[in-house]
Design a binder for this molecule. Structure first.
Ligand code: ADP
Ligand code: MG
Length: 473
């Protein structure tokens, strides 16, 4: 990819303007809006490419600048570009490999300048290059992770692993529902090690990328042995291997075998392995027994849905980083609306702040509802809400559902509640077990039973449909 500046676009006044000049004006605005370190580290190195009627395109050589700027400074960037061009343009920040190469070459030839050295969590150029090769996202650090009772165990375990890699909790297996911070916590371990142990090599990879690597290495051709050796070298010469969303490898026999061999080599050499998944190893269908047992060797820590205070604390942190005044009632409203998934919560927050700031709209509940397309029907499902509806459908009390009575009606209502809690909230089975105060096996049994019965039992299927309709009403 080349990085020439493409000049001369028509601005709203009908005049031709050089993109460098436009960007310079935007920079002057931005410098006033963000901290000095953010400005000099992430914004100043951006290279403007072109702009048209719809968007303004910037290139960066720092992969993590893309998310960092989008998540934390997007409203300021939109505003500055609007000011400089006179238009509401979308700002696109694109990672440019050529630029990245230039940066790391420069870094090898020249030590970091003093003011660059203490920028943003004391990154130095060595760790910057390391970070690029490790695939980590700069936002996913311990410093940005809000600890609540839902993630305390996983957080403490991740810190222990980060401080003593390869010695305790190996592997560390983090599991839980989508958008609850598994990837964040796993990458935080990587960042911590890169910063504090420059002698160690960290590699973060999604299981999906791992599968692709196996497939490529196994592709037919003369290079097969060479490719396989390269593959093995890549994974077996690291000190910390972080594999995200391991459930993805289930049922892929060759990949499972490579994970197994990689695991044995690394573990045997005292290297740290961290794995995340949306469920426990046993719950991954068709995962080989030998991998299940390996994953259970170390520590398994689950992350559950955060309570409302933790969700609000996460939003307060985001608000602080964006320098936008977000009233408390808005934070509370968003935290109450998005109960089960922090990714969605953050997405809504970013949409709201960006939209309100570009359109200079006051942040009222009314406006926020419009921005997030709030629909009372789509509010998040909670375990309590689900059990309430099931209890009312079966005409029994919630206490009976959560109790241990075995009469047929109560048992069915309990199993249906468990089934719906899993289906509607996508929470982990252990989290559901904790809510119902039931053993893991009971929860799994109930879920599977309803899932199977629903196919053959029309009346049960109808009941469940009615309950869902009530819940969504
Ligand atoms: P998962 O891997 O479990 O699907 P992620 O780690 O990708 O979830 O988290 C989704 C988003 O929510 C990320 O932007 C992450 O930074 C944020 N997030 C999750 N948990 C926390 C937390 N405890 N504190 C701050 N941000 C969090
Ligand atoms: Mg993830």
């Amino acid at each position: 990819m080349t990085t020439q500046w493409v000049c001369c676009n028509i601005n709203s006044m009908g005049q031709e303007k050089n993109i460098a000049e436009v960007w310079n004006n935007a920079l002057q605005d931005l410098q006033k809006q963000v901290s000095d370190s953010t400005f000099s580290t992430w914004i100043l190195p951006l290279e403007p490419q072109y702009f048209d009627e719809n968007c303004f395109v910037l290139h960066t050589g720092q992969a993590f600048a893309v998310n960092l700027l989008r998540n934390n400074h997007y409203p300021e960037m939109l505003k500055a570009v609007k000011h400089a061009t006179g238009k509401n343009l979308e700002v696109k920040i694109i990672f440019d490999e050529e630029l990245a190469k230039k940066i790391s070459k420069k870094a090898k030839n020249k030590p970091a300048a003093p003011e660059e050295a203490d920028i943003q969590s004391k990154l130095n150029y060595d760790s910057l290059t390391q970070m690029q090769s490790s695939n980590l996202n700069l936002k996913y650090k311990f410093e940005n992770f809000v600890v609540g009772s839902n993630n305390k165990l996983a957080y403490v375990a991740a810190q222990t692993v980060a401080k003593n890699p390869g010695t305790k909790y190996n592997p560390l297996y983090i599991y839980g529902g989508p958008g609850l911070g598994k990837t964040h916590l796993m990458q935080a371990i990587g960042h911590y090690i890169i910063k504090n142990r420059t002698d160690l090599k960290v590699l973060f990879i999604t299981a999906e990328e791992f599968v692709n690597d196996v497939v490529n290495a196994l592709a037919r051709g003369d290079e097969k042995t060479k490719k396989m050796n390269k593959f093995r070298k890549k994974y077996r010469e690291v000190d910390i291997l972080l594999i995200d969303d391991i459930q993805f490898i289930a049922g892929k026999a060759r990949t499972e075998e490579e994970v197994f061999n990689t695991f044995n080599t690394l573990h045997g050499a005292g290297k740290q392995i961290v794995v995340t998944s949306d469920r426990t190893p046993k719950e991954i269908p068709s995962l080989s027994e030998r991998l299940v047992s390996r994953f259970e060797w170390g520590l398994m820590a689950d992350i559950q849905v955060p309570d409302i205070e933790t969700r609000m604390a996460i939003l307060h942190n985001l608000a602080r980083d964006t320098n936008i005044e977000v009233p408390n009632n808005i934070i509370e409203f968003l935290a109450a609306t998005y109960a089960n998934n922090i990714r969605e919560l953050e997405g809504a927050f970013n949409r709201v702040t960006a939209y309100a700031s570009i359109n200079e709209m006051p942040l009222t509940i009314e406006n926020v509802k419009k921005i997030i397309n709030y629909n009372e029907k789509e509010k998040s499902y909670t375990f309590d809400g689900i059990v309430d509806e099931v209890a009312s459908y079966y005409n029994i009390s919630t206490k009976e559902i959560k109790g241990s009575g075995r009469n047929a009606k109560v048992s069915e209502a309990r199993q249906v509640s468990i089934y719906l809690c899993r289906e509607l909230t996508k929470q982990s089975f252990p989290a559901i077990g904790e809510f119902f105060e039931k053993k893991h096996t009971t929860i799994l049994y109930s879920y599977d039973k309803i899932k199977e019965d629903i196919v053959i039992n029309k009346s049960l299927a109808h009941s469940i449909e009615c309950i869902i309709n009530q819940i969504c009403k």
